[in-house]
Ligand binder design. Structure first.
Ligand code: NAI
Ligand code: DG6
Length: 524
């Protein structure tokens, strides 16, 4: 059936001939407006507005969804699990600063709003929760499971993480004591040697093996069946691995990667083996760490199987500030000349990163995050010119999960002057990362239910709808080194990343992008 009204329970209905609600879908006709630029022989540009008409179709049934975390027993894994349980049960707990209640602060989906439009009578903005724009899974309904090379129950692992208040832990302990990570694959060469003492829950074998792929696939299938799930998302929040070398004939194509796993090649990382297993189970796989899990062969493998992947490296504190601040400075016409970023932290992530090869993965992902903003401004920077940028990370056990991030931004201003901005950012790392895990899962899941086609008008054959590209660059807002479809640009500027996400969601319900022109307040 079809109608112009959204079903009961929806927060809003779009009243437009371009939007149709059926029992199972929301269908929109959307005109995508861009500008095509041609450069003439004299170097001048001709800009031509262009329009492309798309049909979007969004499946409305919210699936029963499970998330399997690789590294479930780590700081992020235990914190996000306890946080979801606390929210689901509406818990509150005492702290020395008074009572605190469960919330989803730090999640763009659960904690932010977007402008639906202007009030018909007053012209005032009408804002709605991000979560209500499309029919999304609620995090309280997620079923959580996963793997860890450490066999502690989630209750004991939560104590080891030392992130949450004892009064909260006491209330979730019983439930979390029942949760035990599945054994995982452990190839010691990929993570720091200092992690070895926690590796007591491992599948036999210390290098890639097709039997590992099959075991992980069976784990995903069993989790799905045991919990009667419609869908499973797999997310890597395990230790940062070293980079894998990209070797011709080994991991450069999908076929070579499969052959390399079967041959037990030592340059295939555990995270890539997890990616391959997830792709084969059609479970979206998201990488929350910086290493190059998605070697070219893994991307080609995902494309071949029409499976979704996303990454890399959660963007929680320092880098999120950087991708907002640098965007602001350069767009303000201020010539940023150097960024010095220093961190110290005392959690297990910091311990793993105290090893050079794992630090190098993080250094790479933290260092390339301003390139697009610099390259876009040919007034301030010559081609190839960049601000100096250095990243330092030190392990300081005493501060635990309370990471310290110190940044100095040094810039040239008007007439040879200078501006120095110093930031001292102290935050509980895992309390910033956990809501990002939730966003990546919810948005990743939502993207599996959106299809598109170049519009053919009324009565066109629905069979030619397709999904978004396998590489979900729409997740970039949550990630430091966003993975994009091969050959497409990386966008790091935070505001652009958010605009892409919100405007794609708006297009699915037939709404124009938020332009912020507010002509209604200027032309009267
Ligand atoms: P953690 O060290 O507390 O947890 C990682 C867990 O992964 C450990 O329990 C470890 O036993 C497990 N593990 C290691 N190799 C494994 C394998 N092959 N299979 C299954 N489990 C395995 O680290 P944390 O703080 O939870 O961070 C996780 C990842 O997220 C790290 O790579 C970190 O760099 C990254 N990250 C963390 C952010 C944060 O704010 N906490 C932000 C950005 C990225
Ligand atoms: C220290 O840099 C440890 C890292 O794992 C970071 O805490 C993590 O990557 C978050 O980085 P950022 O730059 O988003 O705060």
């Amino acid at each position: 059936t079809s109608s112009s009204a959204a079903p009961a329970g929806s927060l809003f209905t779009v009243s437009s001939p371009n939007v149709k609600y059926t029992d199972s879908t929301i269908e929109s006709k959307y005109t995508y407006r861009t500008t095509t630029v041609n450069k003439g022989a004299d170097g001048s540009f001709t800009a031509t507005p262009t329009e492309t008409l798309y049909d979007f179709k969004t499946e409305r049934k919210v699936p029963k969804t499970g998330v399997m975390l690789v590294g479930w027993g780590g700081n992020n894994g235990t914190t996000v699990t306890a946080g979801i349980i606390a929210n689901r049960r509406g818990l509150s707990w005492d702290t020395r600063e008074g009572s605190r209640a469960a919330n989803y602060y730090g999640s763009i989906v659960m904690g932010s709003t977007l402008k639906l439009g202007s009030d018909a009578k007053t012209n005032a903005d009408v804002n709605i929760p991000f979560h209500d724009v499309l029919p999304m899974v609620h995090p309280n309904d997620l079923v959580i499971g996963g793997w860890d090379i450490s066999g502690l129950t989630l209750a004991d692992a939560m104590d080891r993480a030392a992130v949450l208040e004892p009064t909260l832990k006491d209330q979730v302990r019983k439930e979390m004591a029942e949760m035990r990570p599945l054994p995982s694959i452990y190839y010691p060469d990929f993570i720091a040697a200092n992690q070895e003492d926690r590796a007591d829950n491992v599948i036999a074998g210390s290098k890639a093996d097709w039997a590992h792929v099959e075991k992980l696939r069976a784990d995903i299938r069993n989790f799905k069946a045991d919990n009667s799930l419609d869908k499973v998302i797999v997310l890597w929040t395990a230790n940062t691995e070293r980079f894998a070398d990209i070797i011709e004939g080994i991991n450069d194509t999908a076929d070579n990667l499969v052959a390399a796993i079967k041959a037990g090649h030592e340059e295939v990382s555990p995270s890539t083996v997890f990616a391959v297993a997830s792709i084969l189970e059609n479970a979206p796989f998201i990488n929350g760490s910086p290493q190059n899990t998605f070697v070219p062969g893994a991307i080609e493998f995902a494309e071949r199987h029409n499976a979704f992947v996303g990454g890399d490296d959660f963007k929680s504190g320092q880098t999120k500030m950087k991708s907002a601040l640098v965007d602001f400075l350069i767009n303000a016409g201020i010539r940023l000349t150097s960024i010095a970023s220093y961190n110290h932290l005392g959690n297990n992530d910091g311990k793993n990163l105290s090893s050079q090869r794992q630090f190098r993965s993080k250094e790479i992902s933290k260092s390339n995050v301003v390139d697009d903003m610099v390259e876009a401004n040919s007034v301030l920077y010559k081609p190839g010119e960049k601000p100096d940028h250095t990243v330092v990370i030190k392990y300081m056990p005493a501060v635990g999960d309370n990471k310290r991030a110190l940044d100095e931004y040094y810039a040239e201003i008007f007439m040879g002057g200078h501006q120095t901005i110093s930031i001292f950012n102290v935050c509980e790392d895992s309390l910033l990362a956990s809501p990002l895990i939730i966003d990546l899962v919810l948005i990743g899941e939502m993207m599996t239910r959106i299809q598109w086609r170049a519009s053919k008008g009324e009565g066109a054959d629905a069979a030619d709808y397709k999904s978004f590209h396998s590489v979900l660059s729409v997740l970039s807002y949550m990630l430091k080194a966003p993975l994009t479809p091969p050959g497409t640009p990386v966008v790091n500027a935070l505001a652009k990343q958010r605009a892409a996400l919100t405007n794609i969601f708006r297009a699915c319900v037939g709404l124009e992008p938020e332009s912020d022109m507010t002509l209604e307040h200027k032309l009267f």
